[in-house]
Design a protein around this ligand. Structure first.
Ligand code: T4K
Length: 378
């Protein structure tokens, strides 16, 4: 096999939707004419309503980013003590617990979905446990029914970190229908984005009302401050981008489906490399295209592939390595013991997020796959 040529320009793991600037500018006209830039403006309200319709829930609250949204979710549900969560996630997930003075308790994950394994949750419940914070990793749904059954049995709250799962549906139901509260991230690297942004979706309208107070300093009216809140508000500039991107995200998703099909075809025969398939009743978020590289069968480790692909101007990401339980700030926790998390450990050593965005052509994908095959055998 000849050495493939490197790409002329870097190919990153993602490339955000950039809608026609004129569409964005048109929405900004109203901001300039009214001089209303933030604090529950008309574009903020319009985006909240549009998302409520899209997600089929009335209880959407927009945020400045997904991390602040999750911090506020813990406050709104008045969590205390310990929260059972996954070590296989982005740092934001355990960090929001730390910022709420809650102790993360790490549970191992399922070998196939890489989401928190419900069978590992119950043994970790203590009298101090107040909630389960589960992550729909890569947009793949958690085992929502077993998780909610455990929560009901033990009187726990359930928060879902759905940062990757904007478009995910289970049997036609949007993912945010599950749990007490769900967080979505609208960061630029997400399928649907507002540059920076996020949202909480609450099952209970009273929780939404509390979330809305908490994200605006707790201000009820000119003279009443109901609780110690924070500033988590989304600006009109970000909301405008969201309204425009909502028109374009389906087009992006369609192209991502094509890119995923090209990868599936070109990587099907590569030994030691596999991709977790979404269950047939799942409408996939198409947020990431992640493969697992089993060194024993592939002949190369995930880290070697990740490193050598850079020679071809291809920049993959090890989402999520290292495990959160291995960070200096959490490794002292009893639940962070390496021996207790063997499945998560293996996932963290094997996963590789490949470049995945709608602008990739079929030829680009073929070249990326050719470079992967080359790196594996040379
Ligand atoms: N929970 C989970 C499970 C999450 O994955 C995240 C965030 C959160 C919670 C927190 O949500 P937010 O508070 O962020 O709303 C990125 C994102 O910053 C982060 O939002 C995301 N997850 C995480 C998985 O990915 P990095 O540090 O990997 O991003 P960065 O800057 O290296 O970007 C990756 C690639 O994307 C770049 O190589 C090039 C491309 N890119 C990036 C940006 C920002 C662009 O082409 N344009 C851009 O504007 O964290």
């Amino acid at each position: 096999m000849n050495r493939p040529l490197p790409f002329a320009a870097p190919i990153f793991v993602t490339r955000p939707i950039a809608p026609p600037l004129a569409e964005y500018a048109a929405l900004l006209e109203s901001v300039w004419s009214t001089r209303w830039f933030t604090n529950n403006g008309t574009l903020h309200q319009a985006l909240e309503n549009a998302l409520a319709e899209f997600l089929r829930t009335p209880n959407v609250s927009l945020f400045t980013n997904g991390t602040i949204a999750l911090i506020v979710a813990c406050q709104a549900l008045e969590l205390t003590g310990e929260v059972i969560t996954t070590p296989f996630t982005f740092p934001a997930t355990p960090h929001v617990l730390h910022w709420n003075k809650l102790t993360p308790v790490f549970a191992d994950v399922d070998a196939e979905t890489m989401n928190i394994d419900p069978d590992c949750i119950e043994a970790l419940i203590s009298p101090r446990t107040s909630a389960i914070l589960a992550v729909h990793v890569y947009g793949t749904p958690c085992a929502v029914e077993p998780i909610e059954a455990i929560a009901r049995r033990h009187g726990l709250r359930v928060i879902y970190d759905a940062a990757h799962a904007f478009a995910t549906k289970i049997s036609g139901t949007p993912i945010c229908a599950y749990g007490d509260v769900t967080m979505l991230s609208f960061h630029a690297t997400k399928l649907f984005h507002t540059a920076e942004g996020g949202a909480l979706i609450a099952r209970d309208p009273q929780v939404k009302a509390k979330v809305d107070l908490l994200k605006n300093f707790g201000i009820r009216n000119e003279t009443e401050i109901a609780m110690p809140g924070i500033n988590g508000k989304m600006s009109e500039l970000h909301a405008a981008l969201g309204l425009v991107n909502l028109r374009h995200y389906e087009h992006e998703r369609t192209h991502r489906a094509r890119v995923a099909a090209c990868y599936d075809r070109d990587l099907a025969e590569v030994a030691g490399l596999r991709r977790a398939r979404p269950a047939p009743d799942v409408h996939a978020s198409l947020q990431y295209y992640v493969v697992r590289i089993d060194r024993g069968h592939a002949g190369r480790s995930r880290d070697e592939v990740h490193e050598h692909l850079k020679e071809f101007n291809i920049f993959t990401r090890r989402y999520f390595y290292p495990l959160c339980s291995d960070y200096d700030c959490y490794r002292h926790l009893p639940s962070a013991d390496r021996a207790r998390l063997p499945v998560a450990r293996r996932a963290a050593d094997e996963v590789l997020a490949l470049p995945f965005f709608g602008e990739l052509t079929d030829d680009d994908v073929s070249r990326i796959c050719e470079a992967i095959r080359y790196v594996l055998v040379h």
